[in-house]
Design a protein around this ligand. Structure first.
Ligand code: IPM
Ligand code: MG
Length: 361
């Protein structure tokens, strides 16, 4: 088959890690008989430099016309990069929000798991790390506080700001369906996270998720308050299989979950729309401090490409082969600097990409 992939290298380490992911996709193409045709798109700081805005309409149209999107990372350093002198709606991160909304990427899948070889990097007590964990956070991505009405103005001499949190039942239902579908392919356990002891949106969330659950009798649904969830993640992460939650809670909890893996350079993500369309990006950011040195860990981006193979192209065998190749290089002791430990072999970004390619057969 032939696939059209829009590629957004972005800022910082984005271009280097995306390069390695393309290398791996091309190797997959060779082995499994597919062709991936890439079209580059500018986004974030890279787009601001050329067009003055973080995402142009043309770029969005190119993304829409593709089968899927591969993204490196966007953003720079506040106070250092001139992008941050612009108003908030023209800064690099605004490009990310615009592409999420523009492509209707409402379901953000953020896996967090502990590789047994990297357990030492887990910041939790050994007795907890020993148990391991493997969860999928399903974050609603196009609603809630991020996209509600907001303003800052002076009212009777007092500067006041407002953000609004709104969800309708359809927005909740479609993300719940994604979460339950994913749970069916995993351990059939969904924990829905909200703040239903305070918020109306959470009470609606709770109700709609419970309704959706009726269509999935094999899946166990539990409701958990977000503050409790924050505690449970560090106390007993093993209890989580699929977590489904609204945009803002998902932003915070997915960072907490990635932190306890100790290896954020290993975590991919997918942002899905209806059908097979999706945008795939590493969970980590643009890391401008190490950009251009060939030391970034490309594995999260390569694993994101594997998620693309699985979720957008239904190429499960190829996705498994990529994931297996990553497990192999880790088991063989190859490490980028972010996950380096004593006795292991340190390699750079590009060498790591090559090692992974060699193991895809
Ligand atoms: C993320 C990031 C973004 C978000 C920022 C950069 C706008 O933190 O993808 O989690 O909050 O969604
Ligand atoms: Mg975040």
């Amino acid at each position: 088959m032939e696939y059209k992939v829009a590629v957004i290298p972005g800022d910082g380490i984005g271009p280097e890690i995306v390069n390695e992911a393309k290398k791996v996709l091309d190797k997959v193409g060779e082995v499994y008989g597919h062709t991936f045709n890439y079209t580059e798109i500018l986004m974030g700081g890279a787009s601001i430099d050329v067009h003055g805005v973080p995402l142009t309409d043309d770029a969005l149209e190119t993304a829409k016309a593709s089968d899927s999107v591969l993204l490196g990372a966007v953003g720079g350093v506040v106070g250092k990069d001139k992008w941050y002198e612009l108003p908030p709606n023209l800064r690099p991160e605004a490009g990310l929000l615009a592409i999420r909304k523009g492509l209707n990427l409402y379901a953000n899948l953020r896996p967090a798991y502990l590789y047994k070889e990297l357990k030492g990097a887990c910041p939790l007590k050994e007795s907890i790390a020993e148990e391991g964990f493997d969860m999928m956070i399903v974050r609603e991505l196009t609603g809630g506080l991020y996209f509600g009405e907001r303003w800052t103005k002076e009212i009777d001499g007092t500067v006041t700001a407002m953000d609004t949190l709104k969800y309708d039942e359809n927005e909740i239902r479609r993300i719940a369906v994604k979460a339950f579908d994913i749970a069916m392919k995993r351990n059939k356990n969904v924990i829905s996270v909200d703040k239903s002891n305070v918020l109306d949106t959470s009470r609606l969330w709770d109700k709609v998720v419970s309704e959706v659950a009726k269509d999935y009798p094999e899946v166990t649904l539990t409701h958990m308050l977000v503050d409790n969830c924050a505690m449970q993640l560090v106390k007993n992460p093993k209890q989580f299989d699929v977590v489904v939650t609204e945009n803002m809670f998902g932003d915070i909890l997915s960072d907490e979950a990635s932190m306890i893996t100790g290896s954020i350079g290993m975590l991919p993500s997918a942002s899905l729309s209806d059908g097979n369309f999706g945008l795939y990006e590493p969970s980590h950011g643009a890391a401008p401090d190490i950009a251009g040195q060939d030391i970034a860990n490309p594995m999260a981006t390569i694993l994101s490409a594997a998620m693309m193979l699985r979720y957008s192209f239904d190429l499960d065998d190829a996705a498994n082969a990529v994931e297996e190749a990553i497990r192999q290089v880790i088991a063989e002791g190859y490490r980028t600097v972010d996950i380096m430990s004593e006795g292991m072999t340190k390699v750079g970004c590009s060498a790591m990409g090559d090692l992974i390619c060699e193991r895809i057969k």
